[in-house]
Design a binder for this molecule. Structure first.
Ligand SMILES: Cc1cc2nc3c(=O)[nH]c(=O)nc-3n(C[C@H](O)[C@H](O)[C@H](O)COP(=O)(O)OP(=O)(O)OC[C@H]3O[C@@H](n4cnc5c(N)ncnc54)[C@H](O)[C@@H]3O)c2cc1C
Length: 394
């Protein structure tokens, strides 16, 4: 039997969460011998990750600083009865850049791409090619685990980076254009102006189902682009995603479903914003936590990451309740009204919402005023009134 490779820390899954942990450790604890293992050929796969600077605590921003591809200082939203420009620094990261920066920061032997992991324990990893790795600690960052343990709606999308024949005149990101026809739940188009003749356009749905009809959504992107007066020269890149929007569920069941006692990060740890499905801010927090940890043994890492993920899950009950209202109290074609009302609120409140750091006052403010959904259905959706016989049979 071949001798196992040995290292201090094995990170399984070189996506966003695993890549950020490896990068942060390479910068702040270069003496550690780590392995970042991914089944794909590139760290980060094929993604564009965006975030508001206010999503990331100031002391943690150094982790993302070398990764930023694009940035803007303001963004727009548009609804049938409300348009607004908000001040907020917004950044995008391309996965190609994550791959380049991670490879530059780590010794070549540390980045093991094109290597599928078939088994892992808190201190060992087995690869499909038979290679064994013995590590003081192992972190599972393989993306979503068994999502059937959670009560979910879906945020699904198809995005295309377009090369345009002529310069557009949109200087700011359009984070939500919900003036489009409402189909399959709450629908909006998201546009990022990368350069004078380059535009990223994503068609997004807050839907009851995870099925993504690429052809139909592609046609809708084409129609949107035509309506905006943009002429497409070439599609440079395409990405799609189906992200969980959490209304509830069994956090411990989810955690345990992919191995008890094993440290986890990213989606695998259940670390995502319940309403946006986004995981980048939590991935940064996790990387910062691990960099500061004195004990990187398997059991200590498990205690650390499990505690962080559980507390984060517990603190986010408010967002799951809102998601229930959005999905269960509003008719699908009326869901946009919930967001339209939300975007009339104080920009600081909006920022804290995206960062997952809403205050008690924010929560009260979000819930007060004329509700955009029927009150009875809202109370039933969150379990404060019994379900009516009509709803039970529907
Ligand atoms: C297209 C898209 C765009 C998104 N945009 C944003 C955004 O703008 N902002 C945001 O915050 N969130 C965004 N998200 C949501 C979320 O942040 C991302 O999905 C993020 O990549 C999740 O990070 P992760 O590290 O948990 O998983 P991933 O990034 O998916 O990484 C998991 C990695 O594990 C590897 N892996 C899986 N199984 C194995 C195995 N057996 N052996 C070895 N390797 C394995 C995979 O190859 C993959 O690289 C987006 C998601 C998608 C799909």
């Amino acid at each position: 039997m071949p001798t196992p490779l040995s290292c201090d820390l094995a990170i399984v899954g070189g996506g966003l969460a695993g890549g950020l942990i490896a990068l942060a450790l390479a910068k702040r604890r270069p003496g550690l011998d780590i392995r970042l293992i991914d089944a794909g050929d590139a760290i980060g796969g094929n993604h564009l990750w965006s975030f508001f600077v206010s999503d990331i605590a100031e002391p943690d921003r150094w982790i993302l600083a070398p990764l930023i591809s694009y940035g803007w200082t303001r963004y727009d939203i548009a609804f049938p009865a409300h348009r607004r420009t908000l001040d907020s620094i917004y950044y995008s990261i391309e996965s190609e850049r994550l791959d380049t920066v991670v490879r530059a920061a780590l010794p070549a032997k540390a980045v093991m791409t094109g290597r599928k992991v078939v088994e892992l324990t808190p201190t060992s990893v087995l690869l499909a090619d038979g290679t064994q790795i013995a590590a003081d600690g192992v972190i599972d960052a393989r993306g979503p685990g068994n999502l059937s343990r959670l009560d979910l709606g879906w945020q699904k999308f198809l995005g295309r980076e377009l090369s345009l024949a002529d310069p557009h005149d949109d200087p700011r990101p359009m984070v939500m254009d919900a003036t489009v026809s409402q189909i399959d739940g709450y629908r909006f188009v998201y546009c990022l102006p990368f350069a004078a003749t380059r535009m990223f356009v994503e068609d997004t749905y807050y839907s009851d189902t995870p099925t993504l009809d690429h052809a139909a959504i592609g046609d809708r992107i084409d129609s949107y682009v035509v309506a905006r007066g943009w002429q497409v020269e070439r599609v440079l890149r395409e990405e799609s995603g189906v992200l969980p929007v959490a209304m509830g569920g069994d956090f411990e069941g989810y955690w345990g479903s992919s191995g008890l006692g094993i440290a986890k990060a990213g989606m695998r740890a259940g670390l995502f914003h319940p309403t946006t499905g986004y995981s980048l801010p939590d991935a940064v927090r996790t990387a910062a936590l691990i960099v500061r940890a004195t004990d990187l043994s398997g059991p200590a890492l498990h205690t650390l990451t499990h505690g962080f993920a559980r507390t984060t899950w517990q603190d986010r009950g408010f967002y799951r309740m809102l998601d229930k209202m959005l999905f269960r109290a509003a008719d699908p074609e009326e869901r946009y009204r919930v967001l339209e009302r939300f975007y009339r609120l104080d920009p600081q409140l909006v920022r804290r919402f995206y960062a997952g750091r809403s205050t008690m006052m924010d929560k009260a403010r979000i819930l007060t005023g004329k509700p955009p959904v029927p009150v009875g259905r809202a109370l039933r959706a969150i379990g404060l009134l019994p379900t009516s016989p009509m709803e039970q049979t529907s």
